[in-house]
Write a protein that binds this ligand. Structure first.
Ligand SMILES: [Mg+2]
Length: 286
């Protein structure tokens, strides 16, 4: 077997996420003992589940992963991520997490995205131990690790995308560690070393003492202590998101950008041969 290229790894990661989501859709919200009792080991993509999915259909995990990926295809701005989230939200998805719904509802009403994420997180924390730290941002975090090879940039963007809906440090750090691992794997780093990359970021961010929330403009945002998010980064406003640079030209999508050979900014998302995002995002045939 030949060694896969980074582009093939990116394709494989996106397809793997979509396939895994479609496989797991059958079991969503089911406790482990019920899964064992009803399915044993679940290995076939059969659809069904809590929302009556068609076989092969993805859930919110796939939908929001594609939303993040589309923002990277546009050159990445947090505002573009939020715009793609809102587009999905306005389509009234049947499967949407509580904190995601709470935050996107606020953003749809005009609230600034990171403030909305903070408010949704704070509200969810009232729900008892573990509340406010769901996996709703981790499940969609993959594209940042696929698109970014610079560790600090990867961490910063993973953190701010998480904080749009899931600002709890447990969620933010999980996204930072996970995307660090993904980024290393796409580069061809052996698994043990890739895991070390995730641990390194995790430790790095956890060494910083927790900060008290600050609300004055111009100061570090309380959500951003882990990854240096500052109020100036909060560009996302409904209707205001524009790509900072023109989308990559089709056909130019197979190489790395010339000004940043290590950065995987604009390469495979809109692959002209496969249209991968469109194919993954297409509803399964009835
Ligand atoms: Mg889901």
């Amino acid at each position: 077997m030949t060694t896969p290229t980074p582009q093939q790894r990116v394709h494989g990661a996106l397809l793997g996420l979509a396939a895994g989501d479609a496989l797991g859709a059958t079991l969503e919200f089911m406790p482990p003992e019920e899964i064992r009792r009803r399915h044993g080991v679940h290995t076939e993509i059969t659809g069904g589940g809590a929302f009556g999915w068609r076989p092969g259909q993805g859930t919110d995990d796939t939908d929001l992963t594609i939303a993040v990926a589309r923002a990277y295809a546009d050159g990445y701005q947090l505002g573009a991520v939020t715009e793609h989230f809102l587009r999905w939200y306005r389509g009234r998805p049947r499967d949407i997490g509580g904190m995601t719904a709470a935050s996107l509802g606020r953003i749809a009403d005009g609230e600034e995205p990171l403030a909305a994420g903070a408010a949704a997180t704070a509200a969810a924390r009232g729900g008892g131990a573990g509340a406010g730290a769901g996996n709703g941002s981790l499940m969609r975090a993959l594209p940042t690790g696929l698109a970014r090879s610079h560790p600090d940039r990867c961490a910063r963007e993973a953190a701010e995308i998480s904080a749009v809906t899931h600002a709890d440090p447990r969620c933010v750090h999980a996204c930072v560690a996970y995307t660090a691992i993904v980024s290393a794997l796409v580069e061809g780093t052996p698994v043990p070393e890739a895991l070390q990359a995730g641990r390194r970021h995790h430790r790095c961010h956890h060494r910083r003492p927790p900060r008290r929330p600050r609300r004055r403009p111009g100061r570090a945002h309380p959500l951003g202590a882990a990854a240096g998010i500052r109020p100036g980064d909060q560009r996302a406003r409904p209707g205001a998101a524009r790509p900072a640079q023109p989308p990559p030209q089709r056909g130019a999508a197979t190489g790395m950008t010339s000004d940043s050979a290590r950065e995987r900014d604009s390469f495979v998302w809109t692959d002209p041969d496969t249209g991968l995002l469109d194919q993954i995002g297409r509803p399964a045939a009835r």
